[in-house]
Design a protein around this ligand. Structure first.
Ligand SMILES: N[C@@H](CCC(=O)N[C@@H](CS)C(=O)NCC(=O)O)C(=O)O
Length: 229
């Protein structure tokens, strides 16, 4: 019986980062689906800011995805995902911070929520939110394209936490009509996405992931944390 538990909901971008890293390292874990408990006292007891994921390892509990994956990396040494050189390590942290600050907010919180999360719930997309996201996403993709021109197959040297941190955002972007138009215009980004999709870790993750269903608790986002323009 494993003592590693990931709490979250199935379609969460950040939860998927943690699940991919655990799977890549071959760590057995239990997934606790919080979908019906989001915002409840039980959820806030796990995460005082009311977000996901949360990781438990024995009696140790931690939230915030960057802290979680760095803890996993430090604790489970096989198949390392952090380079050893200080400059490369700094680059990985730069990418993690860029995902949190610039990629996830526009790709997921703006575009993907409006195109792929709200419509299946019968909630009309807010085109102002979509339009506000487009230049920011284009900018992020251009920066990524130029960066891959220099680094080659991965964001920083060999496959690292940087790739796994960015991947779920770009994967979801590619499911939107806007993403399908934007990504082919950046051949290096498109190539990187294909390489990530083809990783054995990612294939196994997809095979083990249930067919996506509407995120019921996202109905509350309309009055909660939907961007307003
Ligand atoms: N800073 C957090 C962000 C996590 C986050 O925003 N998670 C989203 C799902 S991808 C969430 O919990 N949304 C709130 C909700 O579903 O109500 C982290 O790095 O873990």
């Amino acid at each position: 019986m494993t003592d590693v538990v990931v709490h979250g909901f199935q379609r969460s971008t950040y939860v998927n980062i943690v699940r991919l890293v655990l799977r890549h390292k071959g760590i057995d874990f239990r997934f606790n689906d919080l979908e019906t408990q989001i915002g409840s006292p039980a959820h806030f007891a796990l995460h005082p800011f009311g977000r996901v994921p949360i990781l438990e390892h024995g009696d140790f509990r931690i939230y915030e995805t960057s802290a979680i994956v760095l803890y996993i990396e430090d604790t489970f040494k096989n198949r390392p995902l952090m380079p050893s050189a200080p400059k490369d390590r700094a680059r990985v942290h730069q990418w993690i911070s860029a995902v949190n600050g610039y990629y996830y907010p526009y790709m997921i919180y703006h575009l993907v929520h409006e195109r792929l999360v709200f419509p299946p719930l019968g909630i009309a997309p807010d085109e102002k939110v979509v339009q506000a996201s487009i230049p920011q996403i284009n900018r992020g993709l251009d920066i990524l394209e130029r960066s891959l021109e220099e680094t080659g197959d991965h964001l920083v040297g060999a496959l690292s936490l940087a790739d796994f941190f960015l991947y779920p955002s770009i994967y979801a972007l590619n499911l939107s009509p806007e993403g399908q138009e934007m990504l082919p215009r950046r051949p290096r980004v498109a190539g990187w996405l294909k390489r990530m999709d083809d990783l054995e870790t990612v294939r196994a993750f997809r095979a083990a992931t249930p067919t996506p269903v509407p995120i019921e608790h996202a109905r509350a986002w309309v009055d909660g944390h939907r961007p307003r323009y």
